[in-house]
Ligand binder design. Structure first.
Ligand SMILES: [Zn+2]
Ligand SMILES: [Zn+2]
Length: 136
């Protein structure tokens, strides 16, 4: 029996990575977002400055000399990393990670040698249109 995860999506699921529901993702993007979430990790969202909420995993470190010391708790932001350079993507890049084939914008434009002008529109307008298409 071989079932592929991408072949069927449950009716309505909220993406733990970006907080949108699965209908606002393409199948590829959904998969990329789910793959970015570490299994068996405690998750939380954190806000960095005035930026968007970012998914983070909670890591508790036991103190070494076991007295009743409080845990040291650390929030580690979860990002999708670029396939090419390994740097973490911004949330706007992560939203279109399927379009960028999981590359950061910098690598993506180097890769494509900026030959795609997206019909001279900024890329986020084009991709934004794609993902908001459901409301029409
Ligand atoms: Zn998502
Ligand atoms: Zn990169």
């Amino acid at each position: 029996m071989s079932q592929t995860l991408t072949s069927k999506q449950p009716a309505k699921l909220r993406c733990a990575f970006c907080g949108k529901n699965n209908h606002e993702h393409s199948t590829e993007l959904w998969q990329i977002h789910q793959d970015a979430i570490p299994a068996n990790a405690k998750l939380a969202t954190m806000q960095l400055g005035f930026g968007p909420r970012t998914l983070a995993k909670i890591v508790k470190w036991n103190t070494v000399n076991g007295d009743e010391s409080p845990y040291h708790v650390e929030y580690i932001p979860i990002y999708i990393s670029c396939k090419e350079c390994g740097s973490s993507m911004s949330s706007s890049e992560a939203e279109v990670a399927d379009v960028l084939s999981q590359h950061c914008l910098k690598c993506f434009s180097e890769m494509t040698d900026q030959e795609y002008s997206w019909h001279s529109k900024p890329w986020w307008e084009v991709n934004g249109g794609k993902y908001m298409g459901g409301s029409k």
